[in-house]
Design a binder for this molecule. Structure first.
Ligand code: NAG
Ligand code: NAG
Ligand code: NAG
Ligand code: NAG
Ligand code: NAG
Ligand code: NAG
Ligand code: NAG
Ligand code: NAG
Length: 683
């Protein structure tokens, strides 16, 4: 009985193993799973034979195949995907695919299809089911491209990226009626003749990034949803004036040379408009008569057509009802024309950082109901006008790196959902609460930051703050507060009291603080403070107040610490996980605390290799000193120093002694010998 059960289970195991084998099989050098043959990077120089005849996907990327012959693939009639990318393919014979009627996806990326492209062209004609073709990285000129892809009527996806295409004309892409996505990225295209894409009726994604296109005039691709022209040299973008609706949803014109805001289609569905890294500006304020007419000279054949357009009027009647993201970062915008935002009713993010804005205004007519983020950092703003009762959805507002000395006091209280506010690198003061002494506080246009229930992250770095009013943050449950680089700021217990329960991260970096100031300033019970940045101050010792903080991360870089008190460390280590210590000159002779610290397993010192101590000669890596115990310590150094100083003298004395001894001994020796041997002389 027992034996039979045992043999049965053996058979079962054998059966299971067989089943496994049919799922994953190794054939030659390929692994076959579910009709997919994985033959990637196996040094094949021809298509492997003997794979299952029903193989549907053959992945031969990264081999050394130079040619696909007439019969190379004839056995694999069920193939629908063939990946030959990254081979050295120079030749695809005309009948190479004559038995692969099911082939849909063909990847020929990174080969040398340019060498025998006329044969490849003939081979591709046999593929009546081909929907996706990747020809990127094959050194193809527009002539070769046109020859290969023309009339591949079933194609839906075509990549021609990283080739040598310079011009496009209507005949280049003739007959690609089903094409939905075309990638022409990273070529040398400087000219696209009008009508080139017009017949590609199904085209929805067009990528022209990284080319040399100088301008887009009379843009009329109604069907395209995503157009990417980033990293070209486009100075001008003009859509055709038409009542027909454009399907365009994403337009990426970033990293070009746009001088004017693009002239967008009148009826559009634009959701993302990316215009960062251009040279855009508005010029209406320069001309008094507001007739900023620009003439475009269009030369087609021998006909010159001059069109006049008043750009600013167009801008003012901007109509982008579905736009969600407008990115105009890193341009030269000095101001936004009045009413510019009026037609952008669904906007959720407005990025205007790194421009030349001097003033920024919003009025009640700019119905920015959905606006969630405004970035105005790195401008020259000295004025903000928000004639608006509420910005209901705004949660991120970055005003850092501007010239603001005052803001409308109630500005941020108009933002009931603001969570992140960056006012760093301005000279804005903070109001007390309630706005008691109105004459003093309002006179300077301070920012009222109290009683904003949503506010969590507040950045006030480098704001020239001498101190903060006692009730500055009352009723604003901040979790992150950055007060760094306010040299000489007076820390008052009162200003932290309101946020002691909520604060998780506090930066007091570069404030010229010493240990006592830290001690008196932080004398409140922070119940949740996890991160404290005290770097770049003048701290000479750890204040015992630090024992009370439940810190996870503490930054003490660039201070004047020589020893860390072990009792403070011991308390800190109950919660501390990360400690930064470099940029101090610790005392090399008192490193007990260091030995104690590096034994703590829960602690990471990310800058450990940079932590130094002072041997009074020079700064040494603390680990090196602490390992060689006391060898290099001050005392021993002094001994060594004196020893080295005295060495020549000692050597001199020794030499003199030796010489004296020697000269003496030359006289003494015979006597001694004589004396020693004297008795023997009497024989
Ligand atoms: C491959 O087939 C094509 C077309 O049938 C033929 O012209 C060519 O000579 C064949 N090549 C070889 C090497 O037999
Ligand atoms: C593509 O098809 C058109 C129309 O059928 C024809 O005139 C043209 O010669 C074809 N081009 C190629 C390269 O086969
Ligand atoms: C446009 O193309 C560039 C380069 O390929 C890419 O980095 C960028 O994300 C694309 N833009 C969009 C909106 O997809
Ligand atoms: C615009 O008009 C003002 C006075 O009305 C004048 O001082 C200024 O020079 C004019 N600017 C230009 C560019 O014409
Ligand atoms: C422009 O070219 C057309 C033919 O291409 C010719 O008939 C016409 O005379 C030319 N016009 C001028 C002004 O050269
Ligand atoms: C010149 O441009 C106008 C407006 O774009 C257009 O109506 C007209 O047909 C063009 N003329 C020529 C000769 O291209
Ligand atoms: C605000 O913008 C500046 C500069 O662009 C950036 O460094 C900073 O991280 C931003 N602040 C926040 C809170 O994202
Ligand atoms: C190291 O110690 C010596 C003597 O105590 C002192 O003169 C020197 O300034 C110290 N170096 C540093 C970087 O603190």
């Amino acid at each position: 009985m027992e034996l039979r059960i045992w043999s049965m289970s053996l058979t079962l195991t054998a059966l299971l193993m067989l089943a496994g084998a049919s799922l994953v099989r190794s054939l030659g050098n390929c692994t076959v799973v579910d009709m997919v043959a994985f033959c990637k990077e196996r040094r094949f120089n021809h298509v492997p034979e003997g794979l299952p005849l029903k193989t549907k996907e053959l992945l031969l990327n990264g081999n050394g195949i130079k040619a696909i012959h007439n019969n190379s693939l004839s056995a694999y009639r069920h193939l629908h995907t063939l990946d030959l990318s990254g081979n050295q393919l120079e030749l695809i014979e005309p009948a190479a695919f004559s038995h692969n009627k099911n082939l849909q996806n063909l990847n020929l990326m990174n080969n040398r299809i340019d060498i025998n492209y006329t044969k490849t062209r003939l081979a591709l004609r046999n593929l009546s089911a081909l929907t996706s073709l990747d020809l990127s990285g094959n050194r193809l000129s527009e002539v070769a491209v046109s020859d290969i892809v023309q009339n591949l009527t079933t194609l839906e996806y075509l990549s021609l990226a990283r080739n040598f295409i310079m011009r496009l004309e209507p005949s280049t892409l003739e007959g690609l009626a089903q094409l939905r996505e075309l990638n022409l990225e990273s070529n040398y295209i400087y000219e696209i003749e009008s009508g080139t894409f017009e017949d590609l009726k199904s085209l929805t994604r067009l990528n022209l990034a990284h080319n040399h296109i100088p301008c887009i005039v009379d843009f009329s691709l109604y069907q395209v949803k995503t157009l990417n022209i980033t990293h070209n040299v486009v100075e001008l973008f003009l859509a055709r004036e038409s009542e027909t609706e454009f399907q365009l949803e994403t337009l990426d014109l970033s990293n070009n040379k746009l001088l004017f805001f693009p002239l967008l289609p009148k009826h559009n569905k634009l959701k993302l408009l990316l215009l960062a890294d251009n040279e855009m500006n508005f010029y209406n304020d320069l001309a008094n008569d507001s007739s900023s007419e620009v003439q475009f000279v269009q030369i087609v054949g021998n006909v010159t057509n001059v069109t006049s357009i008043n750009l600013w009027d167009e801008v003012i009647s901007l109509n982008l009802p579905e736009l969600q993201l407008l990115d105009m970062s890193r341009n030269s915008v000095r101001y936004l024309p009045p009413g510019f935002l009026r037609g952008i009713t669904s906007l959720s993010a407005l990025l205007l950082d790194q421009n030349c804005l001097r003033t920024f205004s919003l009025t009640e007519q700019d119905s920015l109901l959905f606006l969630q983020a405004i970035d105005l950092s790195h401008n020259q703003l000295s004025q903000l006008n928000f004639n608006i009762s509420r910005l209901w959805n705004l949660n991120y507002f970055n005003l850092s790196f501007n010239n603001l000395e005052s803001v409308p006091s109630d500005l941020f209280t108009k933002m009931p959902w603001i969570t992140t506010l960056d006012l760093s690198h301005n000279r804005v003061s903070v109001c007390d609460y309630p706005l008691g002494n109105r004459r003093r506080t309002l006179g300077r246009g301070c920012a009222a930051l109290a009683q904003i229930k949503s506010l969590r992250q507040l950045y006030l770095s480098d704001c020239d703050l001498a101190t903060l009013p006692a009730n500055a943050f009352v009723g604003s449950p901040l979790t992150h507060l950055d007060l760094s680089s306010n040299a000489g700021i007076r820390l008052e217990v009162s200003m932290f009291r309101a946020v002691a329960k909520s604060l998780q991260s506090l930066s007091l970096r570069n404030n010229g603080l010493d240990s006592d100031q830290i001690g008196s300033g932080l004398q409140v019970t922070f119940s949740d403070l996890k991160t404290l940045d005290l770097s770049e101050n003048s701290i000479t010792s750890l204040h015992p107040i630090l024992k009370t903080l439940p810190l996870r991360s503490l930054d003490l870089r660039k201070n004047r610490l020589s020893v860390l008190q072990q009792d403070v460390l011991q308390s800190l280590l109950q919660s501390l996980q990360t400690l930064y210590l470099s940029g101090n000159a610790f005392d090399c002779c008192q490193l007990k605390w260091w030995t104690f610290l590096i034994k703590a397993e829960s602690l990471t010192i990310p800058d450990r290799s940079l932590v130094t101590c002072n041997t009074s000669f020079k700064l040494e890596h603390i680990d090196r000193i602490s390992q060689s115990t006391k060898a290099n310590c001050k005392f021993d150094n002094t001994v060594l120093k004196y020893f080295l100083l005295l060495l020549p003298t000692i050597l001199c004395i020794l030499t003199v002694c030796m010489m004296v001894l020697l000269s003496l001994s030359s006289k003494l020796l015979p006597k001694y010998v004589k004396a020693k041997c004297g008795s023997g002389a009497e024989y």
